[in-house]
Design a protein around this ligand. Structure first.
Ligand SMILES: *[C@@H]1O[C@H](CO)[C@@H](O)[C@H](O)[C@H]1NC(C)=O
Ligand SMILES: *[C@@H]1O[C@H](CO)[C@@H](O)[C@H](O)[C@H]1NC(C)=O
Ligand SMILES: *[C@@H]1O[C@H](CO)[C@@H](O)[C@H](O)[C@H]1NC(C)=O
Ligand SMILES: *[C@@H]1O[C@H](CO)[C@@H](O)[C@H](O)[C@H]1NC(C)=O
Length: 384
């Protein structure tokens, strides 16, 4: 990809000057983060264009909310790992193993192995909703999908899980005192036992943005955005936290441990920051979104773990690939994308060697953008 001709020479010089010192400070580039490919929109590019876009970004893990056949077909022979979803409306059906098997035969099997589907989420954020029948149905549906995978000989290559809202926690501070809501314990305990039994990951959607928006004067924006800040020390463990996402992840480890499990992987199935919001949505700005996601990618490139699990690199799916114009709710809901539907970046976090715009936040975005992206940047400079 060659840089736009209009890019000023001085900027290239600046980049060249930044490169050597930056390189010595930073770990080897790697973009092993995932992205949520949400499609609640009427203006998104075709799946084959998206496949090309993701390849150009070197993104190799994608999470879908359904099992869109056009997407799964378009990613045939692409080196991309997929999490696909069974919608909440289909959870009750899945309790019947013959229906679960039929679903897999129709929606998963035709695309294997050329499309690398490695995980199925059964339902999304069911325990933070208000449908107790759905809550009761969830585990039997997951067990049934698992049985169907076993019957089809796919259990070794496709995991079964579900994704939770962070709101299933009653307490998340300090991280060592993390706990699930008491009224959910009856659902979560057997679910955790199942995860441990089949070795599948526990997925949680975690948004420091929500905590900041709920209490902008009480929550440090720097702490939420991974920016320099005094940090927080957990008085029970003396572990110190320099960002809220890690504290949130460790509070989930604690909640899971309180239910007797230290044998379950925890992954972040969604996190992100909106670039725009309604008047009353504090913090929803372009600059904050660029900072959050840019800093997050930097942490991922460093293969950092959380204070409680320093040797387990955080495993994160960013929300989301595109702004989704048909999402309901506050304006922020429609503005989580890293990209506009026309494939131009909403802001530059260095995912591409030829960013389309360097704006007033040049310093922070260029520096954070360099991380994890040196090879393409170097390539862009050489082309120039
Ligand atoms: C792409 O990602 C892979 C795996 O994470 C990494 O080894 C490689 O260096 C990356 N390439 C670029 C151009 O960033
Ligand atoms: C459940 O939640 C939905 C949306 O959050 C709401 O529209 C509905 O009225 C609620 N139902 C009950 C029984 O509370
Ligand atoms: C299934 O999840 C477990 C636990 O996180 C993980 O070790 C394993 O690699 C996953 N399997 C696949 C096929 O991704
Ligand atoms: C935390 O640090 C304090 C002060 O150094 C010390 O008294 C306490 O024993 C430590 N607690 C733990 C759990 O390490």
């Amino acid at each position: 990809m060659s840089p736009p001709a209009s890019r000023p020479r001085s900027l290239l010089l600046l980049l060249v000057l930044l490169l050597p010192s930056t390189r010595s400070l930073l770990p080897a580039p790697s973009l092993s983060f995932g992205i949520n490919y949400g499609q609640i929109a009427n203006n998104l590019p075709s799946p084959s264009r998206v496949a090309a876009l993701l390849q150009s970004l070197n993104i190799s893990k994608v999470k879908l909310y359904d099992a869109d056949p056009d997407v799964l077909a378009a990613f045939s022979d692409r080196d991309v790992e997929f999490i696909v979803g069974i919608g909440n409306e289909n959870v009750a059906n899945m309790m019947d193993t013959s229906k679960a098997q039929a679903w897999i035969q129709q929606n998963i099997q035709p695309y294997l192995p050329r499309t690398r589907i490695t995980c199925i989420t059964v339902g999304n954020e069911i325990f933070s909703g208000n449908d107790t029948t759905l809550m009761t149905n969830l585990l039997p549906a997951m067990q049934s999908v698992r049985q169907a995978l076993v019957a089809l000989g796919l259990d070794g290559q496709v995991n079964v899980t579900t994704a939770h809202s962070f709101a299933i926690l009653a307490n998340s501070y300090p991280p060592s005192a993390g706990s699930f809501r008491e009224n959910l314990a009856g659902y979560i305990q057997p679910l955790l036992n199942f995860h441990a039994q089949i070795n599948s990951p526990f997925l949680i959607n975690a948004y420091p943005f929500f905590a900041y928006k709920a209490d902008p004067s009480g929550v440090s924006l720097q702490y939420a955005l991974f920016e320099p800040n005094p940090g927080v020390t957990d008085p029970n463990t003396n572990l110190s936290y320099d960002n809220m996402l890690y504290a949130q992840i460790d509070s989930v480890y604690s909640a899971v441990k309180a239910m007797g499990h230290t044998d379950i992987d925890i992954r972040i199935s969604e996190t992100g920051w909106p670039s725009k919001g309604d008047q009353d949505e504090a913090g929803a700005t372009l600059e904050n979104a660029a900072t959050y996601n840019g800093n997050l990618l930097k942490r991922i490139a460093m293969k950092q773990g959380t204070p409680m699990r320093p040797s387990v690199p955080i495993d994160v799916y960013v929300f989301a690939l595109f702004n989704e114009d048909m999402k309901e709710g506050p304006a922020s809901e429609r503005n989580y994308g890293l990209f506009y539907p026309d494939e131009t970046p909403v802001y530059n976090i260095g995912l591409r060697g030829s960013p389309t715009s360097y704006s007033s936040s040049l310093k922070t975005t260029v520096v954070s953008g360099l991380v994890g992206f040196l090879p393409s940047l170097v390539a862009a400079l050489i082309i120039q």
